[in-house]
Design a binder for this molecule. Sequence first.
Ligand SMILES: [Zn+2]
Length: 258
Amino acid sequence: MNLLNKSYFKNALLLLAIALATLIVITPPVLAATSPHWGYGGAENPTQWGKLSDDFLQCELGRDQSPIDIKKAVEDSPAKIKFDYKPTPLIVVNNGHTIQVNYSQGSTITINDEKYSLLQFHFHTPSEHNINSKASAMELHLVHRNEAGQLAVIGVMLNEGNLNPLIADIWKQIPDIGQTNTVSDRLINVTNLLPKNKAYFSYSGSLTTPPCSEGVSWNIFVEPITVSKEQIEAFSRIYQVDARPLQPINGRTVQLHR
Ligand SMILES: [Zn+2]
């Protein structure tokens, strides 16, 4: 009886040690504090987003979701986005889903007399939107908000080609996951990431990440910019895929402004 008790105690201790070790190994890094967790692969992949939280229901039930395959665009009023982007200190965030650059207050765009402030820009690979069923190597999103809280996103396709100097600067400053790197002595201007030709497609869609909220004004340049093969590979080493699959258009119209 005594022997049995001893071995039972030993086994219990061993089990406890294993349980503790497992807990330490599988507990994700601090950034997972923002719950619920979502991702691009495994059990939290985009097809599951709507099931991960009641807050994410739009991802599954929404009818005006993004991204989409942009085709059969209808020619509309001429291009008239007014860009007023100012230099900002370089602040690079590695948020566990993408590389994001936060923008200081005071940079705006005006679409149809409505002014939106630039909050941040970030990258996806491969591109989330397709143009005529063709994806690009990467896609840049510039996220803006107006006073009423409505979002407008400018999308820029990134194709493989010449190196982009501003992206080279950003890539050099990428911190570890969950970290922010503030390079206050380095000013950047995101104007340098816009194509020369300002023609663009527009449609009404959603955030392409949870909670997939709708009512987002999407404005995607027809002309791509280029990044080098090495720049694409450098991003892919951190985020191999961070793009939501195409969503059904459900009768929406895409306008072309040029
Ligand atoms: Zn995005």
